[in-house]
Design a protein around this ligand. Structure first.
Ligand SMILES: Nc1ncnc2c1ncn2[C@@H]1O[C@H](COP(=O)(O)OP(=O)(O)OP(=O)(O)O)[C@@H](O)[C@H]1O
Length: 729
């Protein structure tokens, strides 16, 4: 124990206190703080103020000064420099319900004391603890300590909640407010402030707000509030009775459906009575999901699976028609793409069943809530009543499908909280110009310029994900893949690994299956390896970073011929109505980030080798698949299969694809030994340092956080990415 803490540990009792101490008390023999049993301490009787003179139940209250409550995991101990009135041979260690708990060493105690002392100083709270009945002595952890422990836990839980006064104007129930408090969300986001009152008032709502702005809870909170109002007071056995679901939420992707489920479940976590939330996304048998759905209050699913489950059970279809809320999340995607036919089927089925039962017509009893960060302009005009009528006749158009939604009001409330720009505020954007065939190289260079940043790389094809993932892995980067042809378990595993707090610098190479809605904390960089196909997709992809007031960067890799089109596309989503001081419409201009070509050139040998090794593995795998396919066909035809013969038969052909075939053949031809040699060579290269020479222009372009960039570059050398195999300078 340090001399400083010894000094602090020596309490000098006031004269008045000294005189009040019980007879048994001896003067403090020791100046050291020790763990003590509460009952052994010299408690002072608390004198009640006159006004409480006849307060029942308060008699016998005692207090003690100079005792600190130290919490170690699940144990609570009391530390004091006051000599105990009863001698214990063993140091009292508090209540221990952990069998494996190791004994606290003196050093440990010391440091814990300091922590506790600091906390105490901060709060300046006096420790007041009720003693046991005088005369009862125990060396066992008593009920008293257990209760104190519980009380402390309760205190801590209470402290966990945040002040939610800012939500009160939304007119939510106290239970919903308590759930928000426990979630730690002190105030609503703009879309929540704007949409929640409209939903609570019973309106259909079409909500638009930028990516990462809290749209999930904009519909999740009023759904919970409504459920609590109806079922929140039910007794436990009543809770178990089956009832129709309150809400059906449609999501365009499985990952998003799982995320929505998690988000809403977390919101409900602190409630004693909470709705049952179920995700329907495949993976489980239809029958099992039907059973789960029979008990669910909030159902979240992808349309395909949901339709499969719903259409094969009359009971489910029947109960679905009684939902109070139908939510269409990421509506523009869900409703416009041809393969979301099932969404239409579901909506039709809900209406058809309703029509069959209700005489009165066209007004569904449910509320329809439609959310996205992007909506087709024509649709927006139409919904706000400002546009020309009949803008779109296309049967596949969003407008057509929205009609299918059968809103219960003539016009739903259109809530647009970011009419000026669709992009998140904390987002920095930039273009890196490079030759079309140099994208792999520039991608690697960009990753090295942003070391240890959680990065999401978007490509336009599954093939590219399959190619880039092993390529980057060969350069020792922590890369995971995500595309729709992966099995569901592998998809979820990739997301889990990518989002793990243990690996903040992990990288995900994905198709646009990851572009919408995914809320992964700490994504600092989005790289568009391929240009997004639409402006909306640019918004959604870029929106995976800079979420919920965080900042982040979005960088497009562009071939020279793509630059003009890309600038136009990006300008489209920016500052649509911004006006300059001179009254002119402001046009957003995205800056180019200049990576130093010399530095990039130094990285080329690594990328070339990594690519060769990756190509070899892919080609061998592909050859395996091709062989498998031809073999099966040959067997079906009843002919003998010989791969050499087949290849020779096709080998003479010339034309499109033969160049690639040749390369694949070359890659396949690499022997184990040759591959080993390549790997060895790459390892040597990776062990070398690369002089940064970060380009002046890159640094001054302003669209990238220079300090962050330099922090990552650590001095003059590039490439100290974790796991890259370079020594620190
Ligand atoms: N009131 C709030 N206060 C603080 N954080 C919030 C609040 N509401 C939501 N968040 C957090 O903001 C993040 C983004 O929310 P959410 O996923 O709902 O965004 P979104 O608008 O649906 O984005 P996208 O358009 O990309 O789907 C989440 O991590 C969520 O927990």
């Amino acid at each position: 124990m340090s001399s400083e803490s010894r000094k602090r540990a020596r309490p000098v009792p006031k004269a008045s206190q000294r005189s009040k101490k019980r007879q048994k008390i001896e003067p403090a023999k020791t100046v050291e703080k020790k763990a003590v049993a509460l009952d052994a301490l010299p408690w002072n009787e608390v004198k009640l103020p006159d006004m409480f003179e006849d307060a029942e139940g308060f008699f016998g209250l005692e207090e003690i000064d100079g005792v600190e409550v130290v919490r170690e995991g699940s144990k609570v101990k009391f530390v004091s420099a006051i000599a105990p009135t009863v001698n214990y041979d063993d140091e009292f260690e508090g209540f221990d319900d952990e069998v494996n708990e190791t004994r606290t060493t003196d050093n440990n105690v010391d440091s814990k004391v300091k922590v506790a002392k600091n906390k105490k100083d901060k709060k300046d709270k006096k420790t007041k603890l009720k003693s046991q009945e005088p005369g009862t002595e125990t060396t066992e952890p008593s009920e008293l300590e257990t209760n104190v422990f519980k009380a402390l836990e309760q205190d801590q839980q209470d402290e966990e909640g945040v002040d939610v006064t800012a939500w009160s104007k939304l007119d939510l129930s106290s239970k919903t407010l308590s759930a928000l408090s426990k979630l730690g969300f002190a105030k609503p986001t703009p879309i929540q402030s704007a949409a929640i009152p409209e939903i609570l008032a019973g309106h259909d709502v079409v909500g638009k707000a930028s990516t990462g702005s809290g749209k999930t809870l904009a519909f999740g909170v009023p759904i919970l509030d409504s459920w609590l109002e109806t079922f929140g007071e039910l007794e436990e056995d009543e809770q178990k009775a089956s009832r129709p679901p309150t809400a059906l939420i449609l999501s365009p992707t499985r990952e998003l459906a799982h995320q929505l489920t998690k988000h809403i479940t977390t919101l409900c976590r602190g409630l004693s009575n909470s709705p049952s939330v179920a995700a329907v996304t495949g993976g489980l048998s239809v029958q099992k999901q039907q059973r789960q759905l029979a008990k669910a209050d909030i159902i979240i699913g992808t349309p395909g699976r949901l339709w499969e489950v719903m259409s094969s059970s009359i009971e489910l279809s029947e109960s679905f028609k009684k939902i109070k809320f139908l939510v269409v999340d990421e509506a523009d995607r869900l409703l416009t793409e041809g393969h979301f036919k099932e969404a239409e089927e579901i909506i039709n089925a809900l209406d058809r069943q309703r029509d069959a039962e209700e005489e009165d017509d066209n007004v569904p009893s449910r509320q329809t809530l439609v959310f996205s960060a992007t909506f087709h302009k024509g649709l927006q005009q139409k919904l706000t009543g400002k546009g020309k009528q009949g803008l779109m006749d296309d049967k596949e158009s969003m407008e057509y499908l929205l009609k299918k939604l059968n809103f219960r009001e003539d016009k739903p409330k259109f809530v647009d909280v970011n009419p000026i720009s669709q992009m998140a505020e904390g987002l920095k954007e930039g273009i890196v110009e490079c030759g079309g065939t140099e994208k792999d190289l520039y991608l690697y260079a960009l990753l090295l310029h942003h070391p240890n940043q959680r990065t999401l790389i978007f490509t336009n094809s599954i093939h590219s994900v399959r190619r880039l993932t092993p390529l980057l892995q060969n350069i020792n980067l922590p890369v995971h893949a995500l595309h729709s042809q992966m099995i569901q378990k592998a998809r979820l595993r990739s997301i889990e690994k990518f989002s793990s707090p243990k690996s903040p610098g992990s990288i995900l190479v994905a198709t646009d299956v990851a572009a919408r809605g995914l809320d992964i904390g700490g994504v600092q960089l989005v790289i568009h390896y391929h240009l997004p196909r639409t402006a909306d997709m640019y918004v959604h992809r870029s929106g995976r970073t800079a979420r919920a007031e965080a900042s982040g960067s979005s960088i497009l890799l562009c071939a020279p011929e793509e630059i003009v089109g890309t600038r136009r596309l990006v300008a489209k989503v920016h500052a649509q109505n911004a006006i300059s001081g001179g009254g002119n419409k402001l046009k957003y201009y995205m800056r180019s980030l200049d990576l130093d070509r010399k530095v990039v050139a130094r990285l080329k040998p690594r990328v070339t080798l990594a690519k060769k090794i990756a190509d070899s593995a892919i080609a061998k795998e592909k050859k395996g698949h091709d062989d498998e396919w031809v073999k099966t066909a040959a067997e079906e035809l009843g002919v003998d299969y010989d791969s050499e013969e087949f290849e020779a038969a096709g080998g003479g052909r010339k034309g499109r694809g033969t160049g690639r075939k040749l390369k694949e053949k070359e890659a396949r031809a690499l022997t184990k030994g040759e591959l080993g040699a390549l790997r060895g060579e790459l390892k040597c290269l990776l062990a070398q340092r690369v002089n940064v020479g970060v380009s002046e222009r890159y640094l001054t372009a302003g669209t990238v956080d220079v300090n962050e960039l330099l922090k990552g570059a650590k001095g003059d050398f590039l490439g100290k990415v974790d796991g890259i195999g370079m020594d620190d300078v």
